[in-house]
Design a protein around this ligand. Structure first.
Ligand code: UTP
Length: 406
């Protein structure tokens, strides 16, 4: 793209500020900035007009296998799950492309040392959890790891340095997700340097299309992988390719399932899995009307009781059918480093929006979804913040409770 064309596009979208330092750049930087402008998907900015809000439809509870049901049928589910793992029908997808701004470390979140007297990265702890499963099934499953431009190099190097935590290297596949521009609170795209647009990972919802774009669909069909277990990097008690979860899902005949925990209170800050207008959906805590969140059943339990833990099983067949469907864009308020009057600024407070697609919106496309309740203290220890709620401190306490030596 040449300068005139870039100027025209930016004028149409009210983003002329992106060329304010153009005259100061050398030839290479100029070309680079023009191609960055060319690749901007301006359609995501339409969500700014809508204020990012969505209307909630008619909510009803989702079909669920409770923790008590799981205990009752553990053996049967486990047997089914182990058979699927042995047959190579299930693979895992680790979502590790996020920036972890709340944790505030420059390294990928998975490299964070959760140990106290010894070094124990989050990645290593999750691979220790995986080893329990592979030990029982006797079969290594494929693991696809999504990174982003901000952390790919460091993540791949860390895995190499740690010898893939003892996992067969040929079963570990990295792929890089896409990026989206970040803007200020008035919708103006930010520059992080004179010739570089502030870009951030475009959320965890684009994982399947990024995986396919990377060519990994070939591995899925070659290996006969029918299910993908998608999980987040930041839960140190995450059970990955859990045979019981797989078995319960297979038995249900559903296309998709989610590991859920019972909410501790109506206003707990977790997304809730429910049915919305007859389709499975996750309603984020800030979208859920308080009067609905607090409805109780005759037995005293919350009617909408199940919070998601970012551990899902998706049927590959359905993912292929829905890959071209557009997901909604979410705005998330974050700290975005930028350049002002020629000086780089690292903001202390959130100063802009990032645009994200979210994995939770994929649930709606799956026609049905089974909630499988897990025991919170055993499986849910999110590491979002340094201290306080869902922090390094709370995760460490839960690891110790589960017998992990820190
Ligand atoms: P979060 O929503 O907690 O985002 O990610 P984050 O970027 O890690 O952290 P904050 O909000 O900046 O503090 C939940 C999961 O989704 C992954 C993360 O790596 C984590 O496993 N994720 C998030 C991606 O893979 N890509 C993204 O663009 C965003």
């Amino acid at each position: 793209m040449n300068l005139e064309k870039a100027q025209q596009i930016l004028r149409e979208h009210g983003q002329e500020q992106l060329l304010q330092y153009y005259g100061e750049l050398d030839e290479g930087q100029k070309q680079s900035l023009l191609s960055q402008i060319e690749s901007i998907n301006f359609s995501v900015f339409h969500s700014l007009d809508k204020g990012g809000e969505r209307k909630i439809g008619n909510l009803t509870p989702v079909p669920a296998v409770t923790a008590a049901d799981v205990e009752h049928r553990r053996e049967e589910y486990e047997e089914l799950g182990i058979a699927a793992l042995k047959a190579g029908k299930v693979a895992a997808v680790l979502l590790a492309g996020g920036q972890g701004t709340r944790l505030g470390s420059d390294d990928p979140k998975g490299m964070f040392n959760i140990g106290i007297t010894r070094e124990l990265s989050i990645f290593e702890q999750q691979f220790a959890n995986i080893a329990e499963v592979t030990g029982r099934s006797g079969a290594y499953f494929h693991i696809f790891i999504m990174t982003s431009d901000v952390n790919n190099e460091k993540t791949v190097a860390f895995f190499k340095r740690k010898n893939y935590f003892g996992y067969p290297q040929e079963k570990v596949h990295f792929f890089v997700q896409e990026m989206a521009p970040a803007c200020d609170l008035n919708g103006k795209i930010l520059l992080e340097d004179k010739g570089r647009i502030a870009m951030s990972p475009n959320g965890n919802g684009g994982w399947y299309s990024s995986l396919i774009k990377n060519g990994d669909g070939e591995i899925l069909s070659r290996e006969g992988i029918e299910w993908l277990n998608v999980y987040s990097v930041d839960n140190v008690l995450q059970r990955i390719c859990d045979p019981v979860f797989i078995g319960a899902t297979l038995k249900s005949g559903c296309n998709c399932s989610a590991k859920v925990v019972k909410k501790v209170s109506p206003d707990e800050k977790v997304g809730v899995l429910c049915m919305e207008d007859g389709k499975p959906a996750i309603v984020e805590y800030y979208e859920m009307p308080a009067e609905i969140a607090s409805i109780r059943r005759p037995d005293g339990e919350l009617k909408f009781a199940y919070g998601v833990t970012l551990n899902y099983l998706f049927k590959v067949e359905l993912l292929n059918k829905t890959i071209d469907k557009k997901l909604p864009v979410h705005l998330s308020l974050k700290k975005v480093p930028f350049i002002k009057d020629g000086i780089k600024v690292k903001p202390e407070q959130p100063n802009g929006y990032k645009f994200e697609y979210l994995v939770l919106d994929m649930i709606k496309l799956m026609e049905n979804c089974l909630a499988v309740e897990v025991v919170r203290e055993r499986e849910f220890a999110p590491v979002k913040n340094r201290t306080g709620v869902d922090s390094v401190d709370t995760a460490r306490a839960l690891l110790v409770k589960n017998g992990v030596k820190l």
